[in-house]
Design a protein around this ligand. Structure first.
Ligand SMILES: [Zn+2]
Length: 454
């Protein structure tokens, strides 16, 4: 989807002096082609077969793991794996790589599963005793292993892409939703969730004709959004549960009944906003994001006081869950700042607003789950090996710190939720900083953040 349409659909005004179309979006090349494939070459990320081999090996060598195939991907018919560990009262649900070109979370979850299934440290024991962990290490196997002859030499390269590869069919829903795009077509699965876990989009079954809104695109086409009413609110751009992967992830979530939900992503090469115009732009290694409700609406960075509450925050997330979500994110920022490496002092805040088809906004209200979004900076083809190591380590520290802290105190009472809002909002992308002249950057730096999709 094009960014301009995205912002318009959410009723979000862009920052002054900044053309929406000029803001690069994670995974989205310049131009009008939408999200393009990402060339992984011989990169450090495992193939679907290698993920399966690793999980089966760990399952064979440890009786702490329950490994379940919960579905198959639409295109390649590759398994969608769920891994369960631990028997504690606090449940944590983790999904990685729902965008196929965002693979670091998968690698970290495999590390975590290995450590927790074989480790003997007191920390491991405490985690397994107090937590029930559910991992879906690779949520989009088709996007992860999308293949294309990018060099035109007749040999396909291993490339990845954001969407899966499932085309829309007229038998699926009343209209083709905006989040199916690309050639070949596929769904952005982090737009396919619905707050009603039984929602069935079969034409005319659950949706009403007047829920649908058409938006004209810049090139004269039409995009369809389903604006679903619920308890006096309108959930704009709700997902239709058209992908088997999303239905399987939703079922896994409901079985886990989580207190905490984590989803891992990559964003563009983001910067830390800097008011000192003379210094070089500093890269932000990681942005984090909680999900919250009306209790924090006045602190939501893109909230419009004249807009309905469901456009600004999630009205189904209560104050207690909202505060826990803020503490969860703050905890990880503090843990990274405590590390001796300067690169870990660059955590920024990914500005929250509801996206009604995403994992968090649709599912967290169902179990009062506190949410934490990871957005490591840079797609897998934008940065080198050093960055891969940093992503891996920053995420590993984040996951481990989260598990240890929750094992000790599920409420994370020692963390100050309000401190999260002191984290700087993520700045413009490095590419944009380098391209733009200083006059236009000044405004960007001050605003410190644009409404990025996740
Ligand atoms: Zn993503």
């Amino acid at each position: 989807m094009q960014r301009r349409t995205f912002l318009r659909s959410l009723g979000i005004a862009t920052t002054a002096g900044l053309s929406a179309a000029s803001v690069p979006v994670a995974g989205q090349p310049d131009g009008d082609d939408g999200y393009g494939p990402v060339d992984l070459d011989a990169g450090p990320y495992r193939t679907n077969e290698q993920v399966t081999e690793e999980l089966k090996l760990l399952d064979r060598t440890s009786d702490r793991i329950t490994l379940t195939e919960i579905g198959r991907s639409a295109g390649r018919n590759d398994p969608l794996w769920e891994v369960k560990l631990g028997e504690g009262d606090t449940s944590v649900h983790i999904i990685d790589q729902i965008h196929g070109d965002e693979p670091t979370g998968t690698e970290v979850s495999l590390l975590m599963i290995r450590q927790l299934s074989q480790g003997t440290s007191p920390e491991t024991e405490e985690i397994l005793e107090n937590l029930s962990l559910t991992f879906i290490p690779r949520s989009n196997p088709d996007g992860a292993m999308y293949r294309e002859d990018t060099t035109g030499d007749g040999h396909e390269q291993r490339v990845s892409r954001r969407q899966n590869t499932q085309p829309w069919c007229e038998c699926d829903s009343r209209y083709e939703p905006y989040y199916n795009y690309g050639t070949p077509a596929g769904y952005d699965m982090n737009r396919d969730f619905n707050i009603d876990p039984g929602f069935d989009a079969t034409p005319g079954v659950d949706d009403e004709a007047d829920w649908w809104r058409a938006e004209e695109t810049d090139d004269g086409g039409t995009e369809w959004y389903m604006d679903q009413p619920r308890e006096g609110h309108v959930l704009r751009g709700s997902g239709l549960r058209l992908t088997e992967e999303v239905r399987a992830i939703t079922d896994s979530f409901l079985r886990a009944d989580p207190d905490v939900a984590i989803s891992h992503h990559h964003q563009n090469v983001a910067t830390v906003p800097d008011e000192d115009e003379e210094s070089d732009p500093q890269r932000s290694l990681l942005s984090t994001m909680p999900v919250y409700g009306p209790a924090y609406e006045d602190q939501a960075p893109f909230a419009d006081p004249d807009a309905p509450v469901a456009d600004n925050v999630n009205p189904f997330i209560d104050a207690e869950t909202s505060a826990r979500s803020l503490r969860l994110n703050q905890l990880v920022g503090e843990a990274l700042a405590d590390q001796p490496w300067d690169a870990f002092d660059t955590v920024t805040r990914f500005g929250y607003f509801p996206i009604w088809g995403d994992y968090f906004d649709a599912l967290c209200p169902l179990t009062d789950a506190a949410a934490m979004l990871y957005e490591v900076s840079g797609q897998s083809d934008q940065v080198g090996d050093e960055s891969y190591g940093l992503y891996l380590e920053a995420t590993r520290i984040g996951y481990m710190e989260t598990f240890s802290a929750l094992a000790e105190d599920p409420q994370l009472s020692d963390v100050d939720e309000e401190a999260y809002f002191e984290t700087p909002l993520v700045g413009p992308s490095l590419e944009e900083v380098e391209d733009a002249d200083r006059a236009s950057l000044e405004g960007l730096g001050q605003v410190g953040g644009v409404a990025l999709p996740r």
